[in-house]
Design a protein around this ligand. Structure first.
Ligand code: 13P
Length: 340
């Protein structure tokens, strides 16, 4: 098997002026999101919500790919078209979250290891048949007193590389997501130090596992102050530190880097991405693979009510468009207040 398919899918996922919608919330996570709008999380409510997002008019103008969760990959629009077919027809690449979540790492208090390697080859084969052309695996690294340990970084990077190798064997583009959480009270400098260590180990493991770098996407956190840090770095500092850190570790052979939003507000996530793209001269496409930053406004506008279906789509389209502008360094603070 050659790598041509992997490279063309990765190119489509990182196409200029577009980005990826992460709509792969597990049943537990989507329940938390629905709780905020007072909506019970039934299979039909989850289907309706995803239909609202995926059938947004002109979605393909700013969205290149959508990450599904297992349940959603098997669901259909109300008129009976599988979601995957509906998006693929528009040129939006369907992908699938394949990890089974971050579980406590035995012997290492407050650290996690992402599970899901057993049986992964067979699941990837089925997902390919269902239309998925890329996959996602999220490793979680928390910053705190005495953590992360180098062992936890190593174990998570090793699992990410094993996952990526299995994906490429099955002709599926791996999104490799090592997320350094922004939940703590740490400084931007500490985030940079940890992200440095994590990316160094991830690319060491990817090389060891013979990953074809041209056929993968990296999904990292931005280098940012912890949410509880009293000293919040400026957007310019975040952009500079993030690009500096990525340049040190991500080979130019990797076609694209698609950030997670990680708890940033939609406006912050768009501004940071825009400032980085405005720097120019980057060796990779720098794009978005946002969950909350693309969906929060849509979920609130919809509120679980069928009368608000179009309003939810408009809110989603607005943030997709603004982030598409950020892909070209053209998002400016305040644009969200003006945009319809
Ligand atoms: P957020 O953008 O909400 O962090 O989600 C992206 C994602 O896919 C996390 O795995």
């Amino acid at each position: 098997m050659g790598f041509a398919d992997l490279e063309s899918v990765a190119a489509a996922m990182t196409a200029a002026g577009k980005g990826i919608l992460a709509a792969d919330e597990s049943s537990g996570t989507i329940k938390k999101r629905f709780d905020k709008i007072g909506l019970e999380s039934t299979a039909e409510a989850r289907r309706t919500y995803r239909e609202m997002l995926f059938t947004t008019p002109d979605i393909a103008q700013s969205i290149s790919g959508v990450i599904f969760y297992d349940e959603t990959l098997r669901q259909q629009t109300s008129s009976g078209v599988p979601f995957t077919a509906c998006l693929a027809k528009l040129g939006v690449v369907p992908g699938i979250k394949v990890d089974m979540g971050a579980k406590p790492l035995a012997g290492f208090p407050n650290e996690t290891i992402t599970e899901g390697l057993d049986g992964l080859r067979e699941r990837l084969m089925e997902y390919y048949k269902l239309g998925a052309r890329f996959a996602k695996w999220r490793a979680v690294i928390d910053i705190g007193a005495g953590i992360p340990t180098s062992y936890a970084i190593h174990a998570n990077a090793h699992a990410l590389a094993r996952y990526a190798a299995l994906c490429q064997e099955q002709n599926i583009v791996p999104i490799v997501e090592p997320e350094v959480l922004m939940d703590g009270g740490h400084t931007l400098e500490r985030c940079e130090e940890v992200t440095d260590a994590v990316l160094a180990e991830v690319f060491h493991q990817l090389a060891g596992h013979r990953i074809h770098l041209e056929g993968m996407i990296l999904k990292p956190n931005m280098v940012i102050s912890g949410k509880k840090c009293p000293q919040q770095a400026s957007p310019e500092q975040v952009a500079a530190a993030t690009v500096r850190c990525l340049r040190r570790h991500v080979p130019g052979a990797v076609p694209g880097i698609a950030f997670l939003s990680g708890g940033q507000s939609p406006a912050e996530a768009a501004l940071h991405l825009s400032l980085m793209n405005a720097m120019g001269g980057l060796p990779w496409q720098l794009t978005f693979s946002y969950g909350r930053a693309l969906q929060d406004a849509a979920l609130t506008a919809w509120g679980g009510k069928s009368a608000n279906f179009a309003a939810g789509q408009q809110a989603f389209a607005k943030w997709a468009r603004l982030n598409a502008l950020a892909r070209n360094g053209r998002y400016q603070p305040g644009m969200d207040a003006q945009a319809a």
